[in-house]
Write a protein that binds this ligand. Structure first.
Ligand code: GFP
Length: 775
C-alpha cells in the first residue's frame, strides 16, 4: 500500500473503528478527506508573504470537493485503486452532497477563481458565509418545482477547520452575534500552494439563558441562539427581492464586517497603527454589490480603531477595494431603504453619510448640477452599486460586451466621471474541474496529442488545432462523446428515472431559470419542431434529445410557470408515439454542479440564447466549448468572444444583436408577429388553448399575457422571444441538418476545443492579479 492509502485505512480504524470493506460511504468520505487534508496541512499553514488579495462573496458554489481536491493533490488514482481493490465502486463518492453555497454563475465563478489562484501561486483568500442550508433541493410534483432544505452538513464537513480562537463580534442595531470562521483549504493543482476559503457562521453570544429555563420559559431561553443562527441559516436564492430584506442586509454586513475586522486586526498586529501600507498589503475584490457594505465598515475601523481622519481613511479604502459587476438587471443593482439601513446598522450609517458628503463636494467641483443619478443616498434609498463604483479604484464587467454596456448605457454617467476606473475581465472557468475531472476520456485524448501542459497552461490547447484535420482523431472524438452520453444516461436513469436515447443529438440548456435566459424560447422552438414533424413540414430530422436543468428562485412566479410549461412539453413529446423516436425532452431535477459535470461532457449543442445585451458573460458556454459542444446562441455575453475565437462558421449564431434591438425597441410589436406568423401563433397558443395544462393555476395565461400584453412593470415581450423565434428555429434546424455529417460536425467540435484556451479562469485571475490587485 502507498502511504496515503495506509493513512486512509488508519483513519477508518482510529476514527470510526471500522475497515475498508465495512465502512459506510459517509465514513469513507470523511476518512479519505481527512487523510488528504493532512497531506497538505503543512503547506496550508505556511504564512503568506507579500500582498494578499481577498475575494468577498456572498456565494461560493464549490460543488463536491473530494474529487477535485484529490485530483489537485495527485491522489485521485491511488484512492480509486484502493477502493477498487477493496471491491468498492470507485464512483462511490457520487452520493456525497454538493456544497451548494451559491445560486449559479456568480457563485461558481468565485469557486473557479479560487482554484485558479491557488494553482498559479496567487495568494487569494475567499471570504463568505457558511450557510447551514445551501441552495434548496429541487424535485417536481406534476411538473411543478418543489423545494426542500439542502442539509449538506449531514455528510459531515471534513474539509473545514473551525477556528474558535479567531471569532469576531458583529454588532447590529438590535443584536450582537459571534462570527465563527470555518477555514477550507483551496488546493492548487500539484499541491504547491494551498489558499484558504474562510466561511463565517453566526452564533449567539449567550446561547442559553439558564434563568429563563428555570422559569420554564424554554423557548425564550434559546431565543438568542435562534436569532443568531438565523443569520447564516440559508442562502437566499436571488431575484427574490422582497423576501427577508432585513435578514439579507444582516447577512451582508455579517460576513463583510467579520472579514474586514480580521484583515484589519491582522494588519495592525503586524504593522501597528501606521496604516500607510494597508492598501499595499491587502486588495479586496467585491463580488457584485453584496459585500459593498465593507466600504463604510473599513472606514469605520480606520477611523474608530485606527484614529484616522476621514480623508486619509477614504484614500486607503479606495486603494484597497475593487468592484465586479455581474449583471445590469435592475433587480440586482441593490438598494436599501434608508430607514432599514439605519435601524440594522446604526454604527455604519454615519460613514455612508460621510461618503455622500465627499461625493457631493466632488460633484460641485466638477460642476455637475444634476446629481440624482450619482447620489449614494437618493429618494430614501442607499444605492450600493454607486457606492461600489465611487469608493473603489476599479469597476469591471465580466465580458467585453458587458463592460461596454456598463460604460455606454447602464452607467454612462459614472463612466463619464471616472473613465479610468472601468475595465473588462472576461470570465473563465477552471479546466481542472470542467475538463480534466469531468471528462477524463477527452482529457486523455488531448494529453495523448499535445501532452498534459494544458492542465495548468490552457493556451496550449491551440496545439490541438491540426488534429481537427485528422480523420482518426475525429472518429475517436465521436467515440468519446458517445461514451459520455452513455455515462450520462446511466446517471440520469438513477437520478431521474429517465431513459436517454444515446444515439441522439444532445441539445442542452443548463443555467438558472430566468426570463432573460429564455428557456421559454427554447421550449417554443421544441414545440415548433414537434408540430413540424407531425405535420410533415420537417421531413429530415436527426433524432434529438433536448435537456434542461435549472432552478427557479422560490418566489419567482413566472420562472416556476416556465418550468411547469417545459415539463408539459416534455410529456406531450415523450408520450407521442408519432414523434418520440425522433425527439425526447427532459427537465432534470435538482440541477447542480455535480449534475453539470455529467451533462456538459455529453452535449453536442450548447444553448446560449439570452436576449442580446442581457447575459453579462455566461460561463456554461465556456464549459460546453472545452468539452466539444457547439454554441447555438445569440450575440451576447462571452458567446461573442467564443465564436470570434472558434469561428462563427463553427457555431450557430442567430437573432437580433444589441444594436438591432436598440433601433426597434420603441416600435417592437409582438402582437403583429403573433398575428402574421402562423408558427408563432401555434406555439404561443399552446399556452391557452388546452394543448398543455398548468393545472388550473393561471400560470400559462400569465406567461401568454406577459408576451402579448406586457405587465405593469414591463413592455410586451420585453425579452424579444417572438422576434428571435424564427431565426432561432432556423439555426437549430441547420445544426440538426449539419449533424448528419458527423465527421464534419466533429471537426467543428475539435476546432472549438482548440480555441477554448482564453476561457480558462487561470487567464482571468492573472488579469485580476496584474491589473487590479497588483499581487
Ligand atoms: C451572473 C451573470 C452571468 C455571469 C456570472 C459570473 O451569473 O452572465 O457569467 O454572473 O460573472 F448573470 P448568474 O447569476 O446568471 O448565474
Amino acid at each position: 500500500m502507498q502511504p496515503f492509502q495506509e493513512a486512509i485505512v488508519k483513519k477508518l480504524k482510529e476514527e470510526y473503528h471500522t475497515e475498508l470493506g465495512k465502512a459506510t460511504t459517509k465514513q469513507l468520505y470523511n476518512a479519505v478527506s481527512k487523510a488528504a487534508l493532512e497531506t497538505c496541512w503543512d503547506t496550508w499553514q505556511k504564512p503568506v508573504t507579500g500582498k494578499t488579495a481577498c475575494y468577498l462573496s456572498a456565494e461560493f458554489l464549490v460543488g463536491r470537493l473530494i474529487h477535485s481536491n484529490l485530483l489537485n493533490l495527485g491522489l485521485l488514482g491511488e484512492t480509486e485503486n484502493l477502493l477498487k481493490d477493496a471491491g468498492i465502486n470507485p464512483n462511490v463518492f457520487e452520493d456525497v452532497e454538493d456544497d451548494a453555497l451559491g445560486n449559479g454563475g456568480l457563485g461558481r465563478l468565485a469557486a473557479c477563481f479560487l482554484d485558479s489562484a491557488a494553482t498559479q501561486g496567487v495568494p487569494l483568500m475567499g471570504y463568505g458565509i457558511r450557510y447551514r442550508y445551501g441552495l434548496f433541493k429541487q424535485h417536481f410534483a406534476y411538473g411543478c418545482q418543489q423545494e426542500e432544505a439542502d442539509d449538506w452538513l449531514s455528510w459531515g464537513d471534513p474539509w473545514s477547520v473551525r477556528r474558535d480562537d479567531e471569532k469576531v463580534r458583529i454588532n447590529f442595531g438590535d443584536q450582537s452575534v459571534w462570527a465563527v470562521p470555518y477555514d477550507m483549504p483551496i488546493i492548487g493543482y500539484g499541491g504547491k500552494m494551498v489558499n484558504t476559503l474562510r466561511l463565517w457562521q453566526a452564533e449567539a453570544i449567550a446561547p442559553f439563558d439558564f434563568n429563563l429555563f428555570n422559569e420554564q420559559k424554554y423557548n425564550d431561553s434559546v431565543q438568542q441562539k435562534n436569532d443568531a443562527e438565523a443569520i447564516s441559516a440559508v442562502l437566499y436564492p436571488n431575484d427574490d427581492t422582497d423576501a427577508g430584506k432585513r435578514l439579507r442586509l444582516k447577512q451582508q454586513y455579517f460576513f463583510s464586517s467579520a472579514s474586514l475586522q480580521t484583515i484589519f486586526a491582522a494588519y495592525t498586529a503586524k504593522n501597528g497603527t501606521d496604516y500607510s501600507k494597508f492598501a499595499d498589503t491587502y486588495a479586496v475584490q467585491l463580488n457584485d454589490t453584496h459585500p459593498t457594505v465593507s466600504i463604510p465598515e473599513l472606514l469605520r475601523l480606520l477611523m474608530t480603531q485606527g484614529h484616522l481622519e476621514f480623508e486619509p481613511a477614504f484614500q486607503i479604502v479606495q486603494k484597497t477595494f475593487a468592484y465586479t459587476n455581474h449583471t445590469i438587471m435592475a433587480e440586482a443593482l441593490e438598494k436599501w431603504s434608508l430607514s432599514l439601513f439605519q435601524s440594522v446598522l446604526p454604527e455604519v450609517y454615519p460613514y455612508v453619510v460621510l461618503l455622500q458628503n465627499r461625493l457631493s463636494n466632488e460633484l460641485v467641483k466638477k460642476n455637475i448640477a444634476e446629481t440624482s443619478k450619482y447620489n449614494l443616498i437618493q429618494d430614501g434609498m442607499i444605492h450600493m452599486a454607486r457606492m461600489a463604483i465611487y469608493a473603489t479604484h476599479s469597476t469591471n464587467g465580466v465580458a467585453k460586451i458587458h463592460t461596454e454596456i456598463i460604460k455606454n448605457s447602464a452607467l454612462p454617467e459614472w463612466y463619464a466621471l471616472y473613465p479610468e476606473r472601468f475595465n473588462n475581465k472576461t470570465n473563465g472557468v477552471t479546466q481542472r474541474r470542467w475538463l480534466a475531472l469531468c471528462n477524463r476520456e477527452l482529457a486523455a485524448f488531448i494529453t495523448d496529442r499535445i501532452g498534459n501542459g494544458w492542465i495548468t497552461d490552457f493556451a496550449q490547447l491551440e496545439k490541438l488545432k491540426p488534429y481537427a484535420e485528422d480523420a482518426a482523431s475525429r472518429k475517436q472524438f465521436l467515440q468519446i462523446k458517445r461514451t459520455k452520453k452513455d455515462q450520462l444516461a446511466d446517471y440520469m436513469y438513477r437520478k431521474d428515472n429517465f431513459g436517454l436515447n444515446t444515439g441522439n443529438i444532445f441539445d442542452i440548456q443548463v443555467k438558472r431559470l430566468h426570463e432573460y435566459k429564455r428557456q421559454l424560447l427554447n421550449a417554443f422552438s421544441i414545440l415548433d419542431i414537434y408540430f413540424g414533424i407531425k405535420d410533415g413540414r420537417i421531413k429530415e430530422f436527426n433524432p434529438t434529445t433536448f435537456i434542461f436543468g435549472a432552478k427557479a428562485a422560490p418566489g419567482y412566479y413566472r420562472a416556476k410557470g416556465i418550468i411547469k410549461f417545459i415539463n408539459e412539453v416534455a410529456n406531450l413529446v415523450n408520450y407521442d408515439n408519432d414523434v418520440n423516436r425522433k425527439m425526447q425532452v427532459i427537465f432534470v431535477s435538482n440541477y447542480n454542479v455535480s449534475y453539470a459535470e455529467k451533462l456538459i461532457p455529453a452535449a453536442d449543442l450548447s444553448e446560449q440564447i439570452s436576449t442580446a445585451g442581457t447575459e453579462a458573460s455566461g460561463t456554461s458556454n465556456m464549459k460546453f466549448m472545452m468539452n466539444g459542444a457547439l454554441t447555438l446562441g445569440t450575440y451576447d455575453g462571452a458567446n461573442i468572444e467564443i465564436v470570434q475565437n472558434a469561428g462563427e462558421e463553427n457555431n450557430y449564431i442567430f437573432g437580433a444583436r444589441v444594436e438591432d434591438l436598440e433601433k426597434i425597441k420603441d416600435s417592437y410589436d409582438p402582437k403583429k408577429l403573433y398575428a402574421e406568423q402562423p408558427r408563432i401563433k401555434r406555439v404561443m397558443d399552446t399556452l391557452i388553448d388546452g394543448t398543455l395544462t398548468d393545472g388550473g393555476t393561471g400560470w400559462f395565461q400569465e406567461l401568454y399575457n406577459s408576451i402579448l400584453e406586457g405587465a405593469s412593470w414591463h413592455k410586451p415581450d420585453n425579452y424579444y422571444l417572438l422576434l428571435d423565434f424564427l431565426p432561432y428555429c432556423d439555426a437549430r434546424l441547420q445544426a440538426n441538418k449539419d449533424y448528419a455529417d458527423q465527421d464534419a460536425f466533429a471537426k467543428k467540435c475539435l476546432l472549438n476545443i482548440a480555441a477554448a484556451g482564453p476561457f480558462t479562469s487561470d487567464r482571468t485571475i492573472q488579469q485580476y492579479a496584474e491589473e487590479i490587485w497588483h499581487v
